[in-house]
Design a protein around this ligand. Sequence first.
Ligand code: MN
Length: 229
Amino acid sequence: MNYAVSFRPTPVLPVVESNQVFPVGRIYCVGRNYAEHAREMGHDPEREPPFFFMKPADAVVQNGATLPFPRTTKDLHHEIEMVVAIGRDGADIPVEKALDHVFGYGVGLDMTRRDLQGDAKKMGRPWEMGKAFDDSVPCTALKTVAMVGHPARGAIWLKVNGKIAQKGDLSEMIWNAPEMISCLSRLITLKAGDLIMSGTPAGVGPVRAGDRLEGHVDGIGDLTVAYSK
Ligand code: MN
């Protein structure tokens, strides 16, 4: 192939205990999937069906990275999330078949420029500039289903500079993994390589230059990212 501009390789995530890597396709994020977080953002979690937004694949950052503080924000927020990696294409997937489409799981951060997202919400505009910016998806290596099963409960937490900021349990998700896969696959055809970020528990808050974030999901892994001064 003779590319007219420099070719950009597909972003990848490592697979734990494997020499294979997972090619990242599209990244779908579930909004307000924990009741306490929906409430802290001023919404009633009982009345809302799941909704999705996206981030670009090349926003993925490897575990352990030190990142420049993102531009054009004065209110960068952390959102720790379980990441579902899709291993098999599918559309209109029934809930009871949804887990057959999962390759594995990771721990990710849905980094958010909350000020830009807030402005967009107020003006009824798209969220992308609040969500889909450079380096906005730090993520661990993936654990396959064979290694981790399908985690439906277990602690999920985030520490900022060693202090707990977010804490929840996967069992508190309003829409579980099979439900989010099924819902999303009715809107678009899911493809192997897609990631789904499954929403964040309560406790989202600001990140400043020089901060160190440590995230954890029981059984899946630990994520560390630092922001340079
Ligand atoms: Mn999120």
